[in-house]
Design a protein around this ligand. Sequence first.
Ligand code: MN
Length: 230
Amino acid sequence: MTVVAVTAHRTTPKGEEVHLNTPYVTALERAGLVPLVLPTSLTPANAGLALQAVSGLVLSGGEDVDPARYGARPHPELGRTDQVRDEMEATLTRAALAMRLPVLAICRGVQILNVALGGTLYQDLPSERPGPIGHDAGEHDVTVDPLSLLFRTVKAQHLRTNSRHHQALRDLAPPLTVVARAADGVVEGVELRQPEGQWLIGVQWHPEDMTDPSLFQAFAEAALGVQAVG
Ligand code: MN
């Protein structure tokens, strides 16, 4: 059994509730993994401890990241944010890297990954980086660096992906390198500049809602490797 942690968002319609879209669970189970959801409001200290019980980390999609985390003032079109989730996931990200746990970061996940490691974001893509591609809803092509782990994983230099993100990576965190972009230049995929035995892929699209299982399968293989060593 290979268990991986998955982050989630919280809503407060009637008391606070933790939510994770079921396609994440399905995609991870199909790859042979057992996903465990980490409560959004778990204390950062316990979030770090929780990683000791798992073989990988999935940073899932969700709301915008608070620009205060990278020293920017809020843009008028900034969406909903959750500072508690930001702090918990930033802690998780740094702990996972320190432990060399495999990390799969999806949509908001790649954004908090970048911010946690020292990068910044476009807070409102349509106004701060206007272009011909609508990233907020729909599909677009993505070009993948043929020398990347992402390319070896999806085995394609051109992908048609879904796209439903409001924010995007701006200044890249020093440990990361861009391995996929949309035709307008928006960053769609990152990995570690110097992996040194660590598996990490971040994508701006939602592979859990697509038919290609390759990202989840590769993540599962990496997690299995951690388990074998552990
Ligand atoms: Mn996009």
